[in-house]
Design a protein around this ligand. Structure first.
Ligand code: 5GP
Length: 204
């Protein structure tokens, strides 16, 4: 494996999707892992771009077929990351970006170890998260309450991540995320040191 995985988690409304979109534009060989989900498609979303929107039955068949690197139930819906495309992109040396929740991060970390660099993105406080979710206008009051409750529980696990970004000012957070994404590709654990060291020692 020559590539690496950048796992991004954080509450819905933290701004992580917009941040990831910018990173994907800036890093030409970055690949966004499109998850599968059983949740309803939101206005402005596209099937096969934001997610693969599939039925509960299809999702459960895919679980049985061992299709997922990880899957989890979040806000009463299934979400899962397909293994095959990720392995292909890693073998091609890509920076693979996954947007997954805390449960998915734990499983992915167990399977991929140091190939993963993880970032938790959140708002400065709970109040601003609620405001962002309301202003986004995509979810009912009931769904917003569920997302807030889920955010509170996700926040208890931020110590499991390599980096924490508090998205107060978008441009600042973007440059911080960009720096992390670039540094994640230079981890010693990813390098083929044997080959490099013998080439380096060769004077002629
Ligand atoms: P949303 O419905 O706002 O798009 O996403 C809800 C939550 O599901 C977010 O916390 C997001 O990170 C998480 N999520 C999205 N895709 C996956 C996935 O493939 N696996 C897991 N475990 N969580 C995911």
């Amino acid at each position: 494996m020559k590539g690496n995985l950048l796992v991004i988690s954080g509450p819905s409304g933290s701004g992580k999707s917009s941040l990831m979109k910018e990173i994907l534009q800036e890093i030409s060989d970055a690949y966004f892992s499109i998850s599968s989900t059983t949740r309803a498609i939101r206005e402005g979303e596209k099937d096969g771009v934001n997610y693969h929107f599939i039925s509960k039955e299809e999702f459960e068949n895919d679980i049985d077929a061992g299709f997922f690197l990880e899957w989890a139930k979040v806000h009463d819906n299934y979400y899962g990351t397909s293994l095959k495309p990720i392995l292909k992109e890693l073998h091609e040396g890509k920076l693979v970006i996954c947007d997954i929740d805390v449960q998915g991060h734990k499983i992915a970390r167990e399977k991929f170890g140091s190939v993963i660099t993880s970032v938790f993105i959140t708002t400065p406080d709970q109040k601003s998260l609620k405001e962002r979710l309301i202003n986004r206008g995509t979810d009912s009051a009931e769904v917003i309450e569920k997302r807030l409750a889920n955010a509170v529980s996700e926040m208890t696990r931020i110590r499991e991540y390599d980096y924490l970004l508090i998205n107060d000012e978008f441009k600042t957070t973007l440059s911080e995320l960009f720096a992390i994404a670039c540094a994640s590709r230079k981890k010693m654990a990813l390098m083929d040191l044997g080959e490099f060291m013998s080439a380096w020692a060769n004077i002629e």
